[in-house]
Design a protein. Structure first.
Lengths: 753, 163
């Protein structure tokens, strides 16, 4: 390290820390702290020792990050200021190539120019249904769209898509029929989009579809045509990262250009300049993902160092890349792609490298795996056990396929003979890579699902890695350093203990019933006093739609420490109840299936009774299975979608229905919750599981009035997010997840609570 | 610590100060859009500033299309206020012989003119919004795709009433 190089890593860390702290600091305090820290560092620089200026300077940089991350008020003509939802004619420019993710489904990112003829600004996302017309990046178009605020699932431990969009500056989403899209000018894709289209078309033309999709992912990071099961195999095998564009692709491209130029007799500088041009062009073609920007900045800096005869500092170029991305898009700090990319690269850069090709590849793989472990657990609840070995086989294959794929694009442009040769060579490599992924994914326990570790566990884990690294360096220089190694082990044990806490503390004698927010649909998790979990319906799901079972119910369960299900109950076959169930059966070991009426059974002290109305020839909703859960004085009735006929049948059969908590039937529809039924249930708490802006008009005002008439307090998942009911059999608490408000209900009139 | 020299620290402090000033200006701009819009109108060259300041201000400051009646700004492409131009620029009947005011017509109305497609209509509206209203019918030549022949065909159907 030369004395001239400015160490950027501390500055980047300070900036990132400021962004992370932004939500907890009031903006006025940020400005005050920034001014004070700047003044202090100037004062120290003028009067005192220069080194002492660093601390206030880092504080000032952190506040700069915090201010950058503070959302500014929207401009007055921003589309987000419109009274939403509205249906309007939007004139806009396509900000990116349209994403056609199914033959009749597409997603458009639009930079708005006018709404109903009035000048507006802002970026919106529009979902198109129906076969989309040919569109290209940069094209102006008009579309009659329904505009609304983005809406995610608001559940504990579940990814909120709306919050993510907000961080990206998208405050309005919409939907439109593809037939209502009017291009205002002919499609004229810019050259990067044309190159991309040419490459993907060449792949699709000369390779079978699955292999073409795989090559598109390897070379360009485009996974839209890659079958879901292949993607799933790569994910399970812990080698999904080869399907995203990262430093790997950029390094291969720069290396290939370097080698070819040198072989052709070019000098080092020519090769470096050629590498820079190729890398920048490649970045323009694949698009501005955080990992692409990181890899491009680092590669350009390293090549520029060659060009200028300077020594490149990899740490510094990594820090500069982080600073550049975070200054432009501070919201990326929380993006899994950003975190995975920087964690893996930092791990590889920092870790000590042994000699020998095999040992070094193993060390690279291990360093990257260790570094991304907390990130993968936090975002995906995923711990890969086979990734370390699978990467040893997959990375060289992916590298070969990527280089051949890049060559194939060139060959396809040159001529048919060259193209046939290169595509002939790349196909077996792709097949082999898929075989490796399938083999690794088939290993039992390839992926272990665990709850997301808390901040304490992550800090302990990072401390363990730091101590381990220090111990390794110490040993290399001065022999054994037992104190550091012991400290590393201790920190690691603490991290494991803290991370495993949610699993260990299950079964505290309390019954929990959580009605999850899954949009329009039902998904309810019952946790018995001994810690077993039963899932009653799992929301909408299946191919070509957002799977609530996979996206909401499963992460909720993992983060609760539920790793296996005692039972599932699909109340009836409607898609908004049964759709997500297949994903749950794929992701969890399920002991029992209760899909019909059954005698009461005791699970961990709670009594559970599936009840089915006997309505011969009735509608599907009326034959749905209800579940009654009892613990002590508390009881919960989950009424599924049962309507008036089913309710009448249950009353006539004399089934005991009284309950403290009622999951209101059929999303609060007018045809359910009849007065006689509610008189028999007499709920204190009523929970309506319903999607905001649903087209059915649920919940019905009359049904809500009938609930109020029997004295029930009404909770709604469309307004409150998930509703959490918790009871020890004597008192009961109800929590609204969206605002965290808690209400208590006393069940035993004899005692004070 | 980390081996920073005095010179490096001075550079970083200057960069941070510059960044802070930039952020402060940006936040101030966002907080005071009216003042910014006024300053922008002062900054415009007088040749294109045919319109008084007020309409642009209100067009920028209005938060919803229903908040106020659309001012006759050159950005407004909706129907003109009925009081001022006698509704001439309202959505025309299919073969309306009344001439169209180029500075008030919407893209949809321009499309009804002979030989004007959606693309040309959009370009006319664009040029009007970007560079200012047309001083005369001949001024339409500023629009790419409007030549002598087009102009002569359109002349009987167009007028310019704005000053």
């Amino acid at each position: 390290m030369s004395r001239l190089a400015l160490p950027l890593a501390p500055l980047a860390v300070a900036f990132a820390a400021g962004i992370a702290l932004a939500p907890w600091i009031p903006p006025h305090a940020m400005w005050a702290l920034l001014a004070a820290a700047l003044a202090a560092s100037v004062l120290v620089l003028v009067l005192g020792q220069a080194v002492h200026a660093l601390v206030p300077l880092l504080a000032a940089i952190a506040m700069l990050g915090a201010l950058r991350a503070t959302p500014a008020p929207l401009p007055p003509d921003h589309v987000g200021r419109l009274p939403l939802p509205i249906t309007a004619r939007v004139e806009a420019r396509l900000a990116a190539e349209p994403i056609v993710w199914a033959p009749d489904r597409a997603r458009l990112a639009l930079d708005v120019e006018r709404v109903d003829g009035v000048v507006r600004t802002g970026r919106i996302l529009i979902g198109l249904y129906g076969p989309p017309p040919p569109l290209a990046e940069g094209q102006r178009l008009a579309v009659d769209a329904r505009l609304e605020r983005p809406l995610g699932f608001r559940d504990p431990g579940v990814f909120d898509a709306a919050a993510r969009l907000g961080r990206e500056g998208v405050h309005v989403t919409g939907s439109a029929s593809a037939a209502r899209v009017v291009p205002l000018e002919p499609p004229a894709p810019p050259w990067p989009a044309r190159v991309r289209r040419f490459a993907l078309a060449a792949f699709a033309e000369r390779l079978p579809s699955a292999s073409a999709g795989l090559l598109g992912g390897l070379v360009l990071g485009d996974r839209t045509t890659l079958p879901a099961d292949v993607q799933d195999a790569f994910r399970r095998a812990g080698i999904f990262h080869v399907l995203a564009v990262s430093g790997f692709n950029v390094a291969l491209l720069a290396g290939a250009v370097w080698t070819l130029t040198r072989a052709a007799g070019g000098g080092r500088r020519t090769a470096a300049a050629g590498g820079i041009v190729a890398v920048l062009g490649f970045a323009a073609v694949v698009g501005p993902e955080p990992s692409v920007i990181r890899a491009t900045i680092m590669a350009v800096l390293v090549l520029a160092a060659v060009l200028l005869d300077r020594e490149a500092s990899v740490t510094n170029s990594l820090a500069l890349a982080a600073l550049a991305i975070l200054a432009l898009r501070p919201g990326d700090l929380l993006d899994p792609g950003f975190q995975l990319s920087f964690a893996a690269t930092a791990g590889i850069v920092i870790a000590p490298m042994p000699r020998g090709t095999l040992a070094a590849s193993l060390a690279v793989s291990l360093a990257a795996q260790l570094a991304v472990l907390p990130v993968a657990l936090v975002h995906f609840n995923q711990l890969s056990t086979v990734g370390l070995v699978a990467n040893l086989a997959a990375v060289p294959l992916a590298g070969a396929a990527t280089v051949l794929g890049l060559l194939a694009v060139v060959a396809a442009a040159v001529g048919e003979v060259a193209a046939a040769a290169v595509f002939g060579a790349v196909w077996p490599v792709l097949l082999l890579l898929r075989a490796v992924a399938a083999l690794a994914a088939a290993v039992p326990g390839a992926v272990i699902r665990l709850p997301a570790p808390g901040p304490g566990a992550i800090v302990a884990y990072v401390a363990a890695l730091t101590c381990g690294l220090a111990a390794w360096h110490w040993r290399a220089r001065r022999g054994a350093g037992p104190a550091l190694a012991a400290l590393a082990t201790l920190a690691l044990l603490m991290a494991v203990a803290l991370a495993a806490l949610p699993i260990l503390i299950r079964g505290d004698g309390r019954l929990r019933v959580t009605v999850l927010d899954v949009g329009q649909g039902d998904a309810i998790v019952v946790e018995t006093p001994d810690g077993r979990a039963i899932v009653v319906d799992a929301g909408a799901g299946g191919p070509w739609r957002l799977d609530a079972g996979e996206r909401a119910v499963a992460p909720f369960l993992w983060n609760r420490g539920v790793l296996a299900l005692h039972a599932t109950l699909t109340t009836h076959a409607d898609i908004d109840h049964a759709g997500g169930m297949a994903a749950l059966h794929r992701l969890f070991a399920v002991t029992e299936r209760w899909d019909d009426a059954a005698p009461p059974r005791s699970v961990g002290g709670a009594l559970l009774t599936p009840i089915a109305p006997d309505v011969p020839g009735g509608r599907r909703n009326d034959r749905a299975v209800m579940l009654r859960v009892e613990l002590g004085l508390a009881s919960v009735l989950l009424a599924s979608d049962v309507e008036a006929a089913g309710e009448r049948a249950l009353l006539e059969a004399g089934v005991p229905l009284g309950a403290t908590v009622l999951k209101v039937g059929h999303h609060g529809a007018a045809t359910s919750s009849t007065a006689p039924f509610l008189a028999a249930v007499r709920p204190t708490v009523a929970i309506v599981s319903v999607g905001a802006r649903n087209p059915y008009g649920h919940p019905d005002a009359g049904a809500l009035a009938r609930l109020a008439a029997v004295g029930a307090r009404v909770y709604r998942t469309d307004r409150d997010g998930a509703v959490l009911v918790e009871t020890d059999g004597r008192t009961l608490t109800v929590t609204r997840w969206r605002d965290g408000s808690v209400e208590r209900v006393c069940l035993d009139p004899e005692t004070i609570c | 610590m980390f081996g920073y020299t005095r010179r490096q620290l001075v550079i970083v402090v200057s960069l941070v100060a510059g960044g802070a000033a930039g952020l402060a200006i940006d936040h101030w701009r966002r907080a005071n859009p009216d003042v910014v819009a006024y300053l922008e109108t002062l900054d415009r060259a007088p040749a294109t500033a045919r319109e008084p300041v007020v309409p642009r201000l209100s067009a920028r400051a209005q938060d919803s299309p229903h908040a106020s009646t659309p001012a006759p700004s050159r950005e407004s492409r909706g129907p003109a206020p009925p009081g001022r131009h006698g509704g001439r620029a309202r959505p025309a009947r299919a073969d309306d012989a009344t001439p169209l005011d180029v500075n008030l017509a919407s893209a949809a109305e321009l499309e009804r003119l002979p030989g004007v497609g959606p693309a040309l209509a959009a370009r006319i509206v664009d040029v009007r919004a970007r560079e200012g209203p047309f001083g005369s019918v001949d001024d339409l030549r500023r629009v790419r795709g409007v030549g002598g022949a087009t102009l002569e065909r359109l002349r009987p159907r167009l007028i310019v009433t704005t000053p």
